[in-house]
Design a binder for this molecule. Structure first.
Ligand code: TYM
Length: 334
C-alpha cells in the first residue's frame, strides 16, 4: 500500500531551534515519518523575507538540517531538503499569488504582527506574500497532513482555500491538506512572558529555551521562569499561565499526564516543579545537542544528504507543477 504524503518545514532563522519548534512540530514529525511519505523542508527562501546576513543564513541552514536529524528524522525514510534547491516552490508561488486576493493576504495575522513591529516601510513585499510561498511549499507535495504548531493554523487555512479555489477554477489538481496540530504542545509559551508564544525573537533571552543550550543555561532559565504568587501547582492557563506552561512542557517531554503531575507535586511548591522540568528538559535535549555538534563536523556529508533529499523532492514537485501549468492553459515547452 502506498503511504500518504506529508510535508512540513521550519525557517533557518537562528543558530538553534527552540523548545516550541521541538514540542509543537519536530516530535510529531519524528513519529509520523514511519506512516507517511514525508517531506521535511528547511525554508531558506522564507528566511530572506526579513534582512539576513549571508554567511549566517548559510550556517543556520546547515545547523537546522543537523538538528532535524539529531532530533530523530531519518534521511533514509524521509526526504530532508532545502527549499531553494527545488525551483518549483518559487514557480508555484507565482501562480498562487495570481489567485490570492489582496485583502485576503492582508488579513494574515503574522504579517500584521511582524510588519507592525518593523514599520511598513521596513516590511518587504516578500514578507507580505510569505504565506503564499508557504502554500506552494505544501501543495507541491500533495500532502494529506501538515504537522505544525498552533501559530500556523491561519496559514494552513489559506493554503486549503487556495487549493480549493484552484481546483474549482482549473480542475482537480491539488490534494486538500489538513493541519495536524497536537493538543498538548500546540503552543509552548515564553518563560518570562508566559502569555506570549515561545519564539526566537523573544525580548528577553531567558524566556527562550534553545535545543542547543547547555544544561547550566537551561537550569538558569527554568529557575527564573515567571510563575505567580499563590503557590499552587495547578493547570489553569488563563489564571496561571506560567505554571501551566511548565506543566505542559513537563508532561509533553515525560509522557506523564498533567493531572498526575499535579497530584504528585501537590503542596510541594514551584521550586520542586521547576527542578523536575529542568531535569527533563536537560536530559531530553542533551542527546540532540551532542548529535547536532557531531553532524556539523562533517558538513560535506550533510550537504550530500540534503542533495539526495532535494532529488526526491524535485521529482514530486516537478510533477505537480507540470499539472498546474497544463491545467492553467500554459503552452508546455517541447
Ligand atoms: P517556524 O520556523 O516559525 O516554526 C517551525 C514550527 O514550529 C512551530 N512552533 C511552535 N509550536 C509550539 N509552540 C511554539 N511556541 C512554537 N513556535 C513555533 C510552528 O508552528 C512550526 O510548525 N511559516 C512556518 C514555516 C513554513 C512551513 C511551510 C511550515 C514555511 N513553509 C510549510 C509548514 C509547511 C514558520 O515560520 O515556522
Amino acid at each position: 500500500m502506498t503511504k500518504p504524503n506529508l510535508l512540513s518545514g521550519m525557517q533557518p532563522s537562528a543558530a538553534s531551534l527552540h523548545l516550541g519548534n521541538y514540542l509543537g512540530a519536530l516530535t510529531q514529525w519524528v513519529q509520523m515519518q514511519n506512516d507517511f511519505n514525508a517531506f521535511y523542508v528547511i525554508v531558506d527562501l522564507h528566511a530572506i523575507t526579513v534582512p539576513q546576513d549571508p554567511k549566517i543564513l548559510r550556517d543556520n541552514t546547515r545547523r537546522t538540517a543537523a538538528q532535524y536529524i539529531a532530533a530523530g528524522l531519518d534521511p533514509s525514510k524521509s526526504s530532508l531538503f532545502v527549499q531553494s534547491h527545488v525551483p518549483a516552490h518559487a514557480q508555484l508561488a507565482w501562480v498562487l499569488n495570481c489567485i490570492t486576493g489582496f485583502g485576503e493576504a492582508s488579513r494574515m495575522t503574522q504579517f500584521k504582527d511582524k510588519s507592525q513591529k518593523g514599520g511598513s516601510d521596513n516590511s518587504s513585499v516578500g514578507l507580505f506574500t510569505y504565506p503564499i510561498l508557504q502554500a506552494a511549499d505544501i501543495l507541491l507535495y500533495q500532502p494529506t497532513s501538515v504537522p505544525v504548531g498552533e501559530d500556523q493554523r491561519q496559514h494552513l487555512e489559506l493554503t486549503r482555500d487556495l487549493a480549493m479555489r484552484f481546483n474549482s477554477r482549473f480542475g482537480e489538481t491539488f490534494v486538500i491538506p489538513q493541519a495536524q496540530i497536537l493538543k498538548e504542545s500546540a503552543k509552548i509559551y515564553d518563560l518570562q512572558v508566559p502569555t506570549a508564544k515561545m519564539s526566537k525573537s523573544a525580548q528577553d533571552p531567558k524566556g527562550l529555551i534553545n535545543l542547543m543550550d547547555e544544561p547550566n543555561q537551561i537550569l538558569k532559565k527554568i529557575k527564573s521562569a515567571v510563575t505567580d504568587t499563590d503557590g499552587e501547582i495547578r493547570f489553569d492557563p488563563s489564571a496561571k499561565p506560567g505554571v501551566s506552561n511548565l506543566l505542559g512542557i513537563q508532561s509533553s517531554l515525560s509522557g506523564e499526564k498533567v493531572s498526575d503531575i499535579e497530584a504528585r507535586l501537590k503542596n510541594q511548591g514551584y521550586g520542586a516543579l521547576k527542578a523536575e522540568v529542568a531535569d527533563v528538559v536537560i536530559e531530553s535535549l542533551r542527546p540532540i545537542r551532542e548529535r547536532t555538534n557531531e553532524l556539523l563536523e562533517d558538513s560535506a556529508e550533510l550537504d550530500r544528504l540534503l542533495a539526495k533529499g532535494a532529488e526526491k523532492a524535485n521529482e514530486q514537485a516537478e510533477k505537480t507543477l507540470k499539472t498546474v501549468y497544463e491545467n492553467l492553459g500554459l503552452v508546455m515547452a517541447l
